[in-house]
Design a protein around this ligand. Sequence first.
Ligand code: GTP
Length: 559
Amino acid sequence: AQEAIELIEQADTLRVTERQSSVALLKKASRLTLSPYEQDYLNYLTSFHVAMGGDISKAARQIEPLLSRHVSGRLALRLRATLLSLYAGTKEWEKGVILVNELATIQKEAPRDTDWYTARVGQIFFFLHLELFDDALQLILDARSYPEVISEELNCRFTTYEFVSLKGLHSQRIDNVWLQKLQNTCDHLTPNVYTIEYVVSWAELLNERKDYQSTVDFVEAHWEKVSQLNYYHLFAELQEFYASALFSLGRYQQAEAIVNELVNNPLSENYLQGFLNASMLKSDLAMKRQNFAESYHWLRIASELRRQEQKSALTKRLAIAQAEFSLAASERALQSLSKQNALLESELSVSHQRMLNTYLVVVLSATLILLTLVSLFRHRQQRKRLITTANTDALTGLANRRCFTETVSSYLRDIEPTTTYSLVLFDLDNLKWVNDGFGHQNGDWVLQQVSQCISTLESPSVLSAARIGGEEFAIFLRDMSANQAQKFAAQLQQHFQVIDTNERLDSWRISASFGICDTQTAGVQLSELLNAADMALYQAKRAGKQQAVIYQPANNATT
Ligand SMILES: Nc1nc2c(ncn2[C@@H]2O[C@H](COP(=O)(O)OP(=O)(O)OP(=O)(O)O)[C@@H](O)[C@H]2O)c(=O)[nH]1
């Protein structure tokens, strides 16, 4: 069992040369299950046979619905190329013009294979019917400018169309060299509807040149070949030129026999120009026989056909004008599009610029913000440093007097009445002696060691500890009575005592004298507390140093 596609492709190959076999193969294929593509391909070839049979209108109507399903690829080209040659026959010029453009678009994407060149032939054929010889010639030259090898049949068709175009443009310049060229290109090929096209064109040329004897000779030499093809249009044209030439040569009977064949064939009605020429000839022939009534009859038919032909010529011109108009319109559209494009591009560059500007602004702003943040940060750091410096004692790192006063004052402002606060004031013993004996640097060292002892105290009671004078320190304690503070001072004293002074002070032991008071006895003003503690400290010094004295009201401090 053969594949459907094989049958259809075989039918395609034989469609021109062996029509009957081609039709039979298509019938066979139609009985198989077909894919949508195969079905369309089969329908196309069936329509092609309908066209070859002479009913080009029917064929065109059958092919038209297939177009929308095939907008690219092989079948897209084939369908349109065939339809285009049908439109040339049915004189549907406008539809044809649209199709020519569609084909050009499809061709841009398609590879240059046989189908591509066949489509190109379709376009040229259509242009020739519109008598747009220049455009046709342009398409031929363009197709020939590519190095692809085309089949001999396609070469014959291109040569034929080149000849038809040149004939249309400069008929008088065509000489027999052209005939030679056409014969060399086409005559050795199997005769088919395409390879004998030039014969009809050459016969037309001879007839137009009133070279009637040559026309008759030429037609008679090719009669057999063309008639056997059974392709009505070509043969009808040949018959027409033949009859016309015979008439001009005075061979009326022969001419009449030929013309009768033409006018009696129902297909001739599809072939307007030919039918018109034949009617005119019939009228002339009747006139020769002095049958005026018959002559008048054919003249009336001819005039009706002439009217139709003029209408058709007008339609042709209209189609061309419309095509040119739409071309101009599309050019205008293109121009306006490119203008819009230019506008868009300039807008784009403006917005690019804007974007760049925005970007710059953003970058600048970001830099500015960053700089501001940095400077703010620096400023804060500086402020912090300044505050720290303002509140810290440079030598020992402890809070200074200013800071101590502020801190303690703020605590005292919000004092809890049930809570007792204590102030421990102490003064190092014999620092002058240390300075004098071991040097001021070692005196500094002593101050630092003492301060370190205070800093390392991890008591939640210590609210503030400071160096409030040269060798004078103060500690403010929360929730501690003077007696408890005294114990605290004793601990501190122990810490001072164990400071390793071997290297610096020859084992001289560091000590301090403490003056202690609390809010219960001294009052809740800082000045009161300082005074009280100072008094107690004075007493501690007087009592022999290295001791802690608690302030007693009425200046009666206890050690
Ligand atoms: N090395 C050093 N000595 C200081 C500093 N501030 C004050 N002094 C010294 O501390 C000493 C205080 O002397 P005095 O008031 O006689 O006290 P003292 O020698 O400790 O004797 P008492 O207090 O009676 O035990 C002076 O010699 C000051 O120069 C300082 O920052 N560094």
